[in-house]
Design a protein around this ligand. Structure first.
Ligand code: C2E
Ligand code: MG
Ligand code: MG
Length: 732
């Protein structure tokens, strides 16, 4: 037998690449290690190949073949069958080489001994080789080299980035349980290059303990044929001891029986992506999960419910009441500190499988997983609310807040995270509308209400533009003289189709949208001008006053001081003839800014009245600090009068308290002569109600002014109630 070395000695001394039709960079790299003269047919067949394209390299000596095997740079090796292949076979095996890709064409003649062939080798009689057989054999090689591309395509199927040259590769010969990791794979983990075949544990042992279970499950699912590929993001220990984030992808090769024979995989370092993702996933102010994280988690929870009916989830959405005011009074930085402390408190209240997220601004969300119920969410909301009885302390200053909450659950049946957010937002709006610190659970019929509110909002905007809002005037009577002392200006909407629309239908929407600012200004201007007309036309030693309602939004975020002073200037009415009605809740806002604004208004000489007194929080403590000149007892207390023999304790107490504080008292919603008489006996200063008059259009009001001194005598019969129904309460 000719020694391999001598046989190869005839080959050209330099390894020279002669390319045979390489196309699209997909040429198979073929190492031709057969004496040209001994296998001319084979060589000619290569030259005659039209496809697949090959880049043919001639090996000079058998040692260089070994080198090339080690360097793993060729797809196909054409080796002389008379060469002792046992060395190569072991080389291939020891190297745990990329057997999936490698084809060893063993060019043999009949005299060649039956050496044990390396895995993937094809024995091909030298004299019988034709272009056709060569083509089909090389197609097989091409198929195998395309394996890496298949991986990339699989990645594309899963929406991941394509395999790049910076990815590490691994090939696991399952039958022999040998895994070969490419140098790049090793480098990614800080390991030295080379190292021969290893165990799959080389990889698995490095995986983060929290990720290993998920990784094994994902890989097993693929090996069992349950998934078309294995893709898994996990942490892996670098040689320097640090954790890197990687994505592992793999595809199993099966034999005809469907058994897995080999697995080809890749490893991509995604640490950088992960850290920018975690930046996006975390809210910088509070360190809580971000809105993005919440949306992703909701998406996953919805997706999971598509497959199995459990676990259900509940979303508790929280909004800090009046946070804008907090921000405006203590500054954005301190506001952020409150949000951050609130975040910590929220975290302290939830179990580990709940996700606490800052949704944005003063909005927080808690995704309660693991079959949580809406009752759980309501309880949690109450616990959070209770905790807020403890103030936040910012630079030695105590700040009290409350949160309003909306709740919805997966039981509603959601397809998308945005639907969950929409519904929980509707519930939150409802909670805000009802009272601060409340919690409302979403019901599907609320969607309709929200749609109606949206329509109303649009129409109201148009109404403001089209000047459809009007001012009505309700007389206020001095109870000791029975003479009208002034009016309360009340807004009405003259709707082109529906006729007069009462404020209970639109004031809240106007407040929510900020439209209350232009509407309020209009009422203020018109009321002042109307009063100026009356004062001029019907001069009197005790001039009429006009009361105008102010919403919180007007005090907090508009130029109300300028607006009032310009209304006074334009109308030229004396400042003390203008009374501004504010609600109790505005007192308890208790912020420096609100206080300042009210102080400035008072300094203009206008009078301030506390409206709907008794309906809000116990505001007695605020009364002596507040620069009010009077209060209006809410209708609900007046309603109690006359129902029993005795007036009860509340109304007399309010009146005497107010008088102790030198405040005038107006009774609202007086409907019966008994109520009027009782109020008079209790020394209530003024009264307003259907007993005297409903709110009037300006012409009717002018008539009332003309007859001011005789119209509301003590003997005047009960005036018919208007058709505007009962008074409903408003947040102002
Ligand atoms: P409010 O300021 O407490 O006004 C008194 C409400 O009680 C008026 O309802 C009035 O029509 C009604 N009322 C007066 N006497 C009686 C009575 O004897 N029986 C009954 N059942 N009701 C009586 P209206 O005009 O519907 O206004 C409701 C609320 O809308 C007002 O309550 C006020 O909170 C708000 N509002 C009205 N106009 C304006 C405005 O221009 N700006 C702002 N911000 N709010 C306004
Ligand atoms: Mg009022
Ligand atoms: Mg009132």
């Amino acid at each position: 037998m000719t020694s391999p070395t001598s046989k190869l000695a005839d080959l050209p001394k330099k390894t020279k690449e002669s390319v045979i039709e390489p196309q699209d960079g997909e040429a198979l790299k073929v190492l031709f290690a057969v004496d040209r003269s001994s296998a001319p047919a084979l060589l000619n067949s290569f030259v005659g190949l039209s496809r697949p394209p090959c880049a043919l390299t001639h090996a000079t000596e058998i040692a260089s073949v070994g080198m090339e095997v080690l360097r793993d740079t060729h797809d196909v090796f054409v080796i002389d069958g008379r060469t002792d292949l046992s060395g190569f076979a072991s080389l291939f095996t020891e190297r745990g080489t990329n057997l999936l890709r490698r084809v060893v064409l063993v060019a043999v003649d009949s005299s060649a001994p039956a050496w044990s062939l390396p895995h993937g080798a094809v024995r091909i009689p030298v004299d019988e080789v034709t272009v056709d057989t060569l083509e089909s054999i090389l197609e097989l090689a091409l198929e195998r080299t395309a394996f890496a591309r298949d991986l990339a395509q699989a990645q594309a199927r899963y929406g991941h980035t394509a395999l790049s040259c910076s990815d590490g590769l691994w090939f696991w010969d399952v039958r022999r349980d040998v895994c070969d990791f490419s140098d790049r794979w090793r480098k990614l983990l800080g390991l030295p290059a080379g190292g021969g075949g290893a165990s799959i544990n080389e990889w698995l042992e490095r995986v983060h303990p929290d990720d290993i279970e998920g990784l094994r499950a994902n890989l097993d699912a693929h090996l069992e044929g349950l998934s078309p590929g294995h893709i898994f993001e996990h942490r892996i220990r670098h040689r320097n001891g640090r954790w890197r984030w990687v994505v592992t992808r793999a595809i199993a090769e099966r034999n005809d029986m469907g058994q897995v024979t080999e697995v080809a995989g890749s490893l991509t370092d995604i640490t950088r992506r992960k850290s920018s993702e975690s930046l996006l996933q975390t809210d910088a102010t509070t360190g809580l999960a971000s809105r993005m994280w919440l949306m992703e988690s909701l998406g996953e929870a919805i997706e999971a419910l598509r497959r199995v009916p459990h676990p259900e989830f509940v979303l508790l959405f929280l909004n800090v009441d009046g946070f804008k005011v907090v921000n405006e009074s203590i500054g954005l930085d301190s506001g952020d500190r409150i949000l951050s402390q609130l975040g910590e408190r929220l975290l302290g209240n939830v179990s580990s499988n709940h996700l606490v997220c800052r949704y944005g601004g003063d909005e927080f969300a808690i995704l309660m997983r693991g079959d949580a119920t809406v009752q759980d969410a309501e309880e949690l909301s109450a616990i959070i609310q209770d905790g807020l009885n403890r103030p936040f302390v910012i630079d030695g200053q105590e700040v009290f807040t409350s949160v309003s909450a909306g709740v919805t659950s997966s039981a509603i049946g959601y397809e998308r995270p945005s639907e969950v957010l929409r519904d929980v937002g509707i519930a939150l709006t409802e909670a805000k509308r009802n009272r601060r610190g409340g919690c409302v659970v979403f019901r599907p019929d609320m969607r309709k209400q929200a749609m109606t509110a949206l329509r109303l909002q649009t129409e109201l905007r148009q109404a403001v533009d089209r000047d459809e809002l009007e001012v009505y005037y309700q007389p206020i009577i001095n109870l000791s003289t029975s003479v009208m002392s002034g009016f309360e200006a009340l807004v009405r909407w003259r709707h082109p189709v529906r006729g007069i629309v009462m404020p209970d239908e639109f004031v809240t929407v106007a407040e929510d949208t900020g439209l209350i600012v232009p509407i309020g200004k209009m009422v203020l201007d018109r009321a002042c001008c109307q009063l100026a007309v009356w004062l001029e036309r019907y001069p009197s030693p005790d001039p009429l006053a006009i009361s105008v309602n102010l919403s919180t939004a007007q005090v907090v975020s508009s130029n109300i001081v300028e607006d009032v002073s310009s209304a006074l200037k334009k109308s030229k009415i004396p400042a003390h003839c203008l009374k501004l009605e504010i609600t109790e809740s505005m007192l308890i806002e208790d912020t420096e800014d609100a206080k300042k604004v009210l102080g400035k208004l008072r300094a203009l000489g206008v009078r301030l009245l506390i409206d709907d007194f008794g309906t809000g929080y116990s505001s007695l403590t605020y009364l002596h600090e507040f620069p009010a000149s009077g209060l209006k007892i809410d209708k609900s207390f007046i309603d109690m009068l006359g129902k029993t023999e005795r007036p009860g304790a509340i109304v007399p107490t309010i009146i005497s308290l107010a008088h102790t504080l030198s405040l005038d008292v107006v009774a609202e919603g007086v409907e019966t002569p008994e109520q009027r008489d009782l109020l008079r006996s209790l020394s209530c200063d003024e009264a307003q109600g259907f007993l005297f008059s409903p709110p009037l259009e300006h012409q009717e009001a002018t008539l009332a002014v003309a007859n001011r001194h005789d119209q509301y005598s003590a003997t005047m019969p009960h005036t018919a109630a208007p058709n505007d129904g009962t008074v409903r309460r408003y947040r102002r």
